[in-house]
Design a protein around this ligand. Structure first.
Ligand SMILES: [Ca+2]
Ligand SMILES: [Ca+2]
Length: 383
């Protein structure tokens, strides 16, 4: 989709014919060529390999770095507050910045009201245009492509980079929510808080980005902050944030976030259910069930959607391929023939077969077997 949009929808590109030459089948397809990761709540991270954990570092951190592509995605977090304005020992996502090579830069910052974003694209402030135009779409000099989408009663800014990463950001409850889509081409080429993108969730929290799977770190433990989170802290030299507001960092050195092991996560079962410890964490730390419920809803919505994206379609084949001659099923007029099918599903899902078309002479004898007595006088189609 990203490639089609880049080649065919953005007027500055004229490669639509090339795109359709390479990808001629534009009907519905279950092949998804990207993987998603998320930053949400106060804040929680779901890596590309589908590991979810809480990250309450305060400051600027590397979410994703692709050294072979010169692509960097960083997050800035700020102190979280209760609905009554009191600071709590947790943080929320307040800004996102990314750079791709020397020519693509994008930054989104939560504004002072906590309900909008200040947007910069390649050094230009596009905030006014973005909020004035429902169809905002901007691709300066064929670099990063930025556009606006609406849905779920939210306004999203999307930025697609030449390296094959798209970020999708919206404001939530005095914080930002972030979805990252990365093409599978980037597998095994990323480091950072979003994991090493190798299809193994267990090694994502290794201090050395997956090369030492024998030392897993428990994100619920207070050691997690020093052994993992702080390794991804960004200093000013390596920051890709170009625009800063006057944030009060006076208590940064003394900040110690709350960790899940400090809490009894079972105390939020009525709001979060029994299997959502991220929601429970938010409810207990933020003292705000609305915030916790939003975390629960965000995670449910995206995990349902991602389950569908990851689902592999079933395959249907002939049990005995030898009955075909030059791709045709040879039958004899008046003699009973049997057509036997086989199904499989990579995910182990149950496959149901429905016969939707066929002559009266064809009759199912089992779910996957068809009995057919050919009659040369009756043209036949079986589906
Ligand atoms: Ca991994
Ligand atoms: Ca399936």
């Amino acid at each position: 989709m990203a490639a089609q949009r880049l080649c065919c929808l953005n007027s500055s590109y004229t490669m639509c014919n090339t795109f359709f030459g390479l990808f001629p089948a534009q009907e519905c397809s279950s092949d998804v060529d990207f993987v998603t990761a998320y930053v949400f709540g106060d804040p929680h991270i779901t890596t590309f390999d589908q590991l979810s954990y809480s990250m309450n570092g305060w400051g600027e951190f590397t979410l994703m770095s692709v050294t072979t592509q010169d692509f960097v995605l960083q997050a800035r977090t700020g102190r979280a507050r209760t609905p009554y304005g009191t600071f709590v020992n947790a943080t929320v996502l307040t800004a996102v910045a990314a750079s791709d090579g020397n020519h693509s830069h994008f930054q989104a910052v939560l504004d002072s009201s906590g309900t909008g974003m200040i947007l910069h694209v390649n050094g230009q402030n596009v905030t006014d245009d973005f909020y004035k135009k429902d169809d905002f779409n901007w691709t300066p000099n064929n670099t990063v492509s930025v556009w606006r989408e609406c849905g779920q009663n939210k306004t999203f800014v999307l930025a697609m980079f030449p390296s094959g990463v798209t970020v999708k950001i919206n404001t939530a409850l005095q914080n930002l929510e972030l979805e990252i889509q990365a093409t599978k081409f980037l597998m095994n080429k990323t480091v950072g808080l979003l994991g090493n993108f190798n299809n193994i969730s267990e090694d994502d929290l290794s201090p050395t980005s997956g090369f030492n799977v024998s030392t897993p770190i428990d994100w619920r433990d207070s050691k997690f902050d020093q052994t993992y989170i702080q390794k991804w802290r960004v200093n000013r030299t390596h920051s890709v944030f170009k625009y800063r507001d006057k944030e009060d960092l006076s208590s940064l050195q003394d900040f110690r976030p709350t960790f899940a092991k400090d809490l009894n996560l079972n105390n939020s079962l009525d709001i979060c259910g029994s299997r959502d410890e991220l929601c429970s964490f938010d409810n207990l730390v933020m003292l705000d069930w609305v915030f916790a419920k939003n975390t629960h809803n965000f995670r449910s919505y995206h995990s349902n959607r991602d389950d569908k994206l990851r689902n592999n379609p079933p395959t249907l084949s002939l049990r005995d391929k030898d009955i075909l001659v030059d791709g045709r099923w040879i039958v004899t007029d008046g003699l009973v023939e049997h057509l036997e099918l086989a199904t499989s599903d990579k995910d182990g899902h149950q496959v149901t077969v429905s016969w939707v078309d066929g002559p009266p002479e064809a009759r199912r004898v089992t779910n996957l077997t068809l009995k057919y007595v050919p009659d040369v006088r009756v043209p036949t189609r079986i589906g």
